[in-house]
Design a protein around this ligand. Structure first.
Ligand code: ZN
Length: 147
């Protein structure tokens, strides 16, 4: 099932952890599916900003069980289908991707743009977005995109 022109439900639900632990990570609620479509719509804009290079979703939707299994907070936007962890090597490293997206936070309604230091980019949506830009590295969480 397609969520948008270039993003599929499978990309948003496939998880190694879920497979290993036999967790069914398929969303059942219409609300979640609609959130995922909204998320994918924003990712279409991200794709254009990043020069249409291929985007690899490393974590999208997480049901409560999967989210707990990977040790994430239950308040995570991933549980609502409103977050995407991704990389875009054709454009650059995650730092470059964050720098490219930062000027578009308000236009895209991004609640949180998180530079997961040298690993991936987390992009989260929410009604009433806070437009937060953060870096998470081995020292903790800090404001802005920190090299
Ligand atoms: Zn994330």
């Amino acid at each position: 099932m397609k969520l948008s022109e270039h993003f599929t439900l499978a990309e948003y639900t496939t998880s190694e952890t879920a497979a290993r632990r036999n967790i069914d990570n398929t969303p059942k609620e219409v609300l979640i599916i609609n959130n995922l479509k909204r998320m994918a719509g924003v990712m279409e804009e991200v794709r254009l900003i990043l020069g249409k290079h291929a985007i690899t979703v490393t974590s999208g939707y997480r049901c409560g069980e999967l989210n707990a299994a990977i040790g994430s907070k239950h308040t995570s936007a991933h549980v609502q289908g409103l977050a995407t962890d991704f990389i875009c090597p054709g454009y650059g490293v995650p730092y470059d991707v964050c720098k490219a997206l930062e000027p578009h936070m308000e236009r895209l309604g991004i609640d949180q743009l998180i530079y997961e230091y040298r690993r991936w980019v987390h992009l989260g949506l929410r009604d009433g977005p806070r437009y937060q830009v953060l870096t998470i590295n081995e020292k903790g969480t800090s404001a802005g995109i920190v090299l």
